[in-house]
Write a protein that binds this ligand. Sequence first.
Ligand code: FAS
Ligand code: PHB
Length: 400
Amino acid sequence: MKTQVAVIGAGPAGMLLSEMLARAGIETVVLERQSRDHVLGRIRAGVLEQSTVEVLTRLGLADRLQAEGHVHDGMKIVWSGRSSFFIDCATHVGKRFTAYGQTRIQEDLFLAADRRDAQIEFEAEDLTLDGLDSAEPLISYRVGGQVRQLRCDFIAGCDGFHGVSRRSVPAGVLREYEKIYPFGWLGVLAPTPPLSEIVYANHPRGFALASMRNPQLARFYVQVPLSDSVDDWPDERFWPELIARFPPELAADIRPAPPVEKSIAPLRSFVTEPMQFGRLFLAGDAAHIVPPTGAKGLNLAVSDVTYLGRALASFYRTGHRTELDGYSTIALRRVWHSVRTSWYLTNLLHRFPEATDFDQRAQEYELEFLKATPSAQRALAEQYAGLPIEGSLAFLDALA
Ligand code: FAS
Ligand code: PHB
């Protein structure tokens, strides 16, 4: 087979890029290792930056998001069992967040792909990438035991942290920056009313987070040791621990209910530089990972593929590679700001194993300072709301 752009991975990055390119009249084939149902079964991100909502809206992909999404002016942080601080992005920077599950976005993107009869090969196994720095890269893979080959002009590596794309770049080309955190997040999805705001809790026993998917479906997280497994956290242990980490006036509104999903995710910060090699372009988790403390992972995937989609559309329209050659530079600016903000908030809100009472106090007084200092609040709100996606998004209107 031959196509213009081969997209590896049918997660949010791959499917959004495929949608953008299709609108620009650019042919794509998406190769996904898992089944469609497996991809739809993942419970992950839940908070969309305003720029993400704008991209989806300009592409006409936000009807259900507008109908079901829960718009917030910002997010609350609580600590010492009493104080609270609201990252008021609406007041400070005029931006709002929308709580809308990544699973919903995945459904919306697959429905859009069905409407355009998109070429997606699910359960594509054993992908190998060759000729990345040639004029016609080649992808070999197996589907149902049958070996297939796909020639293309470009490859978009949207295959997540454990994908094949980044690993296919010759040794010595990429520089990787990584920080592994000494704890994970136990996430629970439960059919119970969520708190009214998204609330982060700094507590001596460990971090906790209250979020939502809709008025009847709450999403909660507690920091757990890396050595823990889901089996160590039966419901009768999880709910009292979650409640203990919130101040009484909020804890009173947490109503335990049997979860529909429970999983533990490790936390890491990771960035690959550059995010391209030859005709391969990395986007989303294939290029970077952030601890979910900043609610940035999914939003960075959207900004990456917006830059990449705009650059590919420009190439096929003009024949010039200027924007493609500059993809990594422009994408990494927004990536590193989000990576730093997520790293800062993870250090501010979590209890590290080697932390002392001094460390706990220092965290609490940083939060007291933020609460008392409007200029510090504005700086944090600006980073937290997500920096603008650089350049014009008008190309999205032309695509819709
Ligand atoms: P994805 O990992 O979503 O998609 C990559 C796709 O490529 C997958 O479908 C995979 O099956 C496929 N693939 C992998 N290897 C392949 C191969 N060799 N061949 C073909 N296909 C291949 N972000 C937040 O903002 N908030 C959160 O709370 C949050 N929670 C998370 C919890 C977990 C457990 C994980 C893993 C991530 C979480 N994230 C969160 C981050 C997450 O939302 C990502 O940022 C987002 O999924 C990025 O999307 P993609 O880059 O498309 O990568
Ligand atoms: C979520 O709703 O899943 C969520 C919200 C905020 C975060 C991370 C995850 O920082």
